[in-house]
Every structure is written in structure tokens, then in C-alpha cells.
Design a protein around this ligand. Sequence first.
Ligand SMILES: *[C@@H]1O[C@H](CO)[C@@H](O)[C@H](O)[C@H]1NC(C)=O
Ligand SMILES: *[C@@H]1O[C@H](CO)[C@@H](O)[C@H](O)[C@H]1NC(C)=O
Ligand SMILES: *[C@@H]1O[C@H](CO)[C@@H](O)[C@H](O)[C@H]1NC(C)=O
Ligand SMILES: *[C@@H]1O[C@H](CO)[C@@H](O)[C@H](O)[C@H]1NC(C)=O
Ligand SMILES: *[C@@H]1O[C@H](CO)[C@@H](O)[C@H](O)[C@H]1NC(C)=O
Ligand SMILES: *[C@@H]1O[C@H](CO)[C@@H](O)[C@H](O)[C@H]1NC(C)=O
Ligand SMILES: *[C@@H]1O[C@H](CO)[C@@H](O)[C@H](O)[C@H]1NC(C)=O
Ligand SMILES: *[C@@H]1O[C@H](CO)[C@@H](O)[C@H](O)[C@H]1NC(C)=O
Ligand SMILES: *[C@@H]1O[C@H](CO)[C@@H](O)[C@H](O)[C@H]1NC(C)=O
Ligand SMILES: *[C@@H]1O[C@H](CO)[C@@H](O)[C@H](O)[C@H]1NC(C)=O
Ligand SMILES: *[C@@H]1O[C@H](CO)[C@@H](O)[C@H](O)[C@H]1NC(C)=O
Length: 502
Amino acid sequence: MRSYIAILALLSFFNGVPANVPDCPGPFNPPNNISTQVVYPVSGNPATFPTDYNCVYQINVPQGWSSYVVVTAIPSSNTTNSTILQVIDFNQKVENFQYANNETFYFVAPGGRIKLSTQSTTVSFQFSVQWFSMPHGFGNSLFQISDIAVYQPTFVNVSASDSQASTVDAYYINCHVTAETRVSAITIYSDSTYDRADQLKNLRSVLIFDGPNENSTCLGSAYQLFKSNRQFVSTAKTLTIVQLRPNPYTWGSQLLIQDFENTKEIGEYRGVGGQDTRSIVMDASKQASAFSTYSYIGSSSDCLFNITGTGKLDVYNGGKSESKSNLIASYSDSSNGVNLPQKIRGVVRTYVLTGGIATVQIGVNNGCSLLTTNVAGFISSRGYKTDLAFRYPDDWQWFFSNGPFNYTLNVQTVDLSKNESLQLRIASNKTDVLNVVYNSSNPPMLNTVLSGVGNEMDVIYLAVNPKTKGFYIDFTATKVEKSAVKTYGFIMICAIIWVGLF
Ligand SMILES: *[C@@H]1O[C@H](CO)[C@@H](O)[C@H](O)[C@H]1NC(C)=O
Ligand SMILES: *[C@@H]1O[C@H](CO)[C@@H](O)[C@H](O)[C@H]1NC(C)=O
Ligand SMILES: *[C@@H]1O[C@H](CO)[C@@H](O)[C@H](O)[C@H]1NC(C)=O
Ligand SMILES: *[C@@H]1O[C@H](CO)[C@@H](O)[C@H](O)[C@H]1NC(C)=O
Ligand SMILES: *[C@@H]1O[C@H](CO)[C@@H](O)[C@H](O)[C@H]1NC(C)=O
Ligand SMILES: *[C@@H]1O[C@H](CO)[C@@H](O)[C@H](O)[C@H]1NC(C)=O
Ligand SMILES: *[C@@H]1O[C@H](CO)[C@@H](O)[C@H](O)[C@H]1NC(C)=O
Ligand SMILES: *[C@@H]1O[C@H](CO)[C@@H](O)[C@H](O)[C@H]1NC(C)=O
Ligand SMILES: *[C@@H]1O[C@H](CO)[C@@H](O)[C@H](O)[C@H]1NC(C)=O
Ligand SMILES: *[C@@H]1O[C@H](CO)[C@@H](O)[C@H](O)[C@H]1NC(C)=O
Ligand SMILES: *[C@@H]1O[C@H](CO)[C@@H](O)[C@H](O)[C@H]1NC(C)=O
């Protein structure tokens, strides 16, 4: 027995195992004093764990409680690229890490585990757990955790007849949703302010429960929802979304909520935020594929640049609707690229591909104001085909180009019923070529083409009625070729160069 221990000790020595390697302990349970944070292996700095060390740490969270878990696992060498840490949540969803520095998790049900597998490297490892009994028991100022019960609860009703999707900011969220059929939710992650990867993880603090309150089964976090590229759908009529710990870095990200009746045909469904130009591959070979973008009060526009592939892309101002009352554009294989780029206005904009596989190039919240190629599309107001109310219902749109374009405008519909006005202006080097102002006593002739050659065009809609129906104008802009004289000059120069070659 003694020699056995001696051999073990010798082996440990040659493996470079520190004398105080912690045992792999049993489950971690809430301490008697719930305010006490439990730290493993010891408080203070992380401890170094030897190579080939494996342990699964079980975190017990009684139903109706929650826990806040912080894990650090830093390998001494990054060369192996192997997973040293797995965090497995109460739904058995796994996140793999090669490196984890203060990663935070929220376990709200039994079954959460932390799995350390050091493999061929030593790992500096530590985790801490703090338990809370939900919803009360929050409010420990040391960890700046608030009682979720004090967040202002919001109540959202969605119905199958809605064409507008509801949005709720992920920051301080305590939202209770009731649907006519079932609730569908996706996460639209805003990355405009902070570093993308770092901010995204903070959405782990937002949890989505399949029922009327946070005692219901948890479907997962807003982070998992985002990563899934799918919807979370409630089994009954209610869904609850709660942030367990106020986290300012979640501000701006949205939970998009709809009645599942409208989204049930959608398979992959992404929330696309930020302000980048993205290429989004949509696979609607089996089920419709969709993505939604969001702009606060519709202040910025998407620019739909390009669609390549097969299928039909429908664009909705709002969410996908059965009635298609808010469908504003539709592009099929045959029309690929013909009418693009196109500015897409609105608060929520939903792009739905059916019957094909396509790559959609889109400038999310990114304009479309600079014209470089010919366009043949439309100009519509933010609230067009919606019943959204805008506090500032004015709508001003500006287009410009480096060289002269022949702009044409053909007003299809405009709401001038409550003292609105619509101004159309085309200018060439700051000199007006066209400048007309319409109002109720001076309405435009519908279906009539106005045109002018210039390098700048404005559409200015002034309104006070928050629920104005807005406008829709057919719009083209065609590059104007050089004048005959210039063309002649160009030919002459070419001819001279041509002759010069011989
Ligand atoms: C519980 O733990 C907290 C923080 O560690 C401490 O301040 C408090 O005095 C403890 N309460 C009891 C009853 O021991
Ligand atoms: C390992 O990777 C992390 C994140 O990529 C990096 O911050 C860290 O410095 C790397 N460590 C070593 C030892 O290379
Ligand atoms: C580890 O990953 C990095 C970056 O992804 C890569 O450059 C490197 O070759 C990988 N190393 C190994 C050993 O696979
Ligand atoms: C992790 O966070 C704690 C508390 O915020 C901080 O003291 C510590 O330095 C952080 N660790 C690392 C490795 O960044
Ligand atoms: C939601 O609907 C319920 C009745 O089903 C109603 O009592 C409640 O006021 C509605 N809430 C909102 C925010 O419209
Ligand atoms: C959740 O469950 C706990 C423990 O059973 C209970 O005290 C609490 O009132 C419940 N909360 C809600 C909103 O039903
Ligand atoms: C559309 O995308 C394809 C593939 O990325 C590219 O070859 C093509 O030039 C793009 N067309 C326009 C008008 O941007
Ligand atoms: C501009 O377009 C309009 C409408 O198609 C046309 O009548 C007009 O001749 C065009 N002007 C120029 C300079 O091409
Ligand atoms: C209509 O609009 C004009 C110009 O904006 C303004 O001067 C006038 O007071 C408005 N009238 C009403 C009834 O709102
Ligand atoms: C506008 O001005 C630029 C330079 O001042 C000139 O090259 C261009 O021809 C002008 N465009 C028109 C449409 O007059
Ligand atoms: C419409 O515009 C004309 C010309 O600018 C103006 O005289 C008239 O008062 C306006 N009508 C209304 C209802 O604002």
C-alpha cells in the first residue's frame, strides 16, 4: 500500500502535477447562506490544473431558482486548438471553449454542468456560482444583481392578423407575451456600439420561458436563440422573456415577437442587426427561409443590393403576413438584379425566400443613397402599408450621384389628407431642375412621369398625423451618357491612339 502511494506520488511528480490538485468533487448545491458565492477550487486566482485532467462539475439549481456562473479556463498553450472546457446547460445545450476568460452563464434549472478536459496542456481554471431564489432574492449590491420583479414588466399581445412584428429591447427586459395561437421569437442582435463577439455573449443573460412566467420551462437564452438561426416557439399561448442580470451591453438588441400563425412556414429565420453589408445565404429548398432587420423608429434603411440564386424573395414592411397586406416588393429568379439596388424602409423589415437557394447581399441599415448604376424601383415611406404610428412622421429621402442621371418619379399613392405635403426636387449642381410641392389642394397627377437630369434628388414628406399612410413612388434613375460633342471627342482620341498603335 505504502509503495503504491509512493509510485503514485512519483508519477505525479514526473507529470508535473502540483501537490494540491483538487479532487473532482460531487454536485455543487446552494449554500445555507444564499448570499455566499461559491468558488472552486479556491477563491482568489484561478488554480493550475494538470494535463489530462477530466472532471464534470454538476451545478444543482432547484426548480424556481437561478444561478450565475462565471468560468475561467486559460490553457498554457493554444497550439492544440482542442476544446478544454464545455459548459452544458440545463437543456443539455453545449458550448465548447478552447479558451474562456470570465465567461458568464445563467442556469435556471437542474442539469447544468461544467466539464474540464485539460488534454495536453495545463489549464488555469476557476469558476464561481451564486444562487438566487427567483424572483425574489436578487438585489445583492455587491454583484449588482437586481430583483427582476422590480423591472417594469411589459405585456405584449400578438395576433395572427398583425402585419407588424413587435419588438422589445433586450436590456432590462421583463416581457410577458400572449399570442392568439403560439408565440414566435427571434433575436435581432445589435452590434453597432460594441465589439460584436463580446457583446453577443451578454445575451446569455436574457432567458426565454415557455409560459406565463419565469417558473415555466426555459427554452434557452436570447444568445442561443440568435445562434440557432431559428425561432423559439411557445407550446401554448404565452412566452416570458426576462433578463436575469442588468447588462448594459445588451442594449439595442431586440427580441422580435410574432404570432406563430404568420411564421409557421419559416424554417431558418435569422435576426440581422448592425450596420454592415452582409451576404446572407438563404436555403428555402425545403421550407421558407427568412431574416428580419430592425431600425429604431425606422430611422435608417436597408439597401437590397443583389439576389443571386433561385427562388422568390418577398420583402415585407413589418413581419411576414398571411394577407401580404404589407408586402412591398417581390423578386423572382427572372428578375434577379434587374431592379436593384433598392432602398427598403421600415422599422422591422422581413425578407422571405421560398422555393430555392439564394444569396442576398444587403446593406443593413446602410442607405442606398449613392447611385452608381441604373435603378428601376420605388421610393416608399417608413410607414407605407403599415398602421404604425410615428412620433415624427416626416419622411425625407435623398439620392445623389457622381455624374448626371435622368431621374424619373411617378407618384402611385400619397396621403395628403391631413395637411401633409410632398415635395419632389431634382437638382443639377445645386440648381433646381424640378421642384414641385403637393398638398391636398394641389395634389399630384397619379401615374404621371416627372423627370429631370441632375446629380441629386430629394423626396420630402411633411406630416403631423402619426398614422399617415405615407407614399409610394415608382422611381428610375438612368445614367446619362456624355454629350454628343464629348462622345465625338472621345472617339477622336481613341482614333488617334488607335492610329498611334500602328
Ligand atoms: C451571509 O453571507 C454574506 C456575504 O458573504 C454575509 O455578509 C452575511 O453576514 C451572511 N449572513 C449570515 C446570516 O451568515
Ligand atoms: C490564447 O488565445 C487567447 C484568445 O485567442 C489569447 O488571448 C491568449 O493570449 C492566447 N494564449 C497564448 C498562451 O497564446
Ligand atoms: C489553430 O487555429 C488557428 C486559427 O484558427 C490556426 O491558424 C492553427 O493552425 C490551428 N492549429 C492547429 C494545431 O490546428
Ligand atoms: C474576471 O473578472 C473579475 C471580476 O470582474 C476580475 O477581477 C478578474 O480580473 C477577471 N479575470 C480576468 C482573467 O480577466
Ligand atoms: C392583451 O390582451 C388582454 C386580453 O386578452 C387584455 O386584457 C390586455 O389589456 C391586452 N394587453 C395589451 C398590452 O394590449
Ligand atoms: C415561482 O415559484 C416560486 C417557488 O415555487 C414561487 O415562490 C413564486 O411565487 C413563483 N413565481 C411565479 C411568478 O409564479
Ligand atoms: C451580385 O452578386 C454577384 C455574386 O456575388 C456578383 O458577381 C455580382 O456582380 C453582383 N451584382 C451586383 C449588381 O452587385
Ligand atoms: C429622361 O426620362 C424621361 C422619361 O423616360 C424621358 O422622357 C426623357 O427624354 C429622358 N431625358 C433624357 C435626357 O434622357
Ligand atoms: C398645415 O401645414 C402648414 C404648413 O406646414 C401650416 O402652416 C398650417 O398651420 C397647417 N394647418 C393645419 C390645420 O394643421
Ligand atoms: C457639375 O459640375 C461639374 C464640375 O463643376 C461638371 O464637371 C459637371 O459637368 C456639372 N454637371 C452638370 C450636370 O452640369
Ligand atoms: C397647398 O399649397 C399651396 C401652394 O404652396 C398653398 O397656397 C396652399 O395653402 C396649400 N394648401 C394647404 C391645404 O396647405
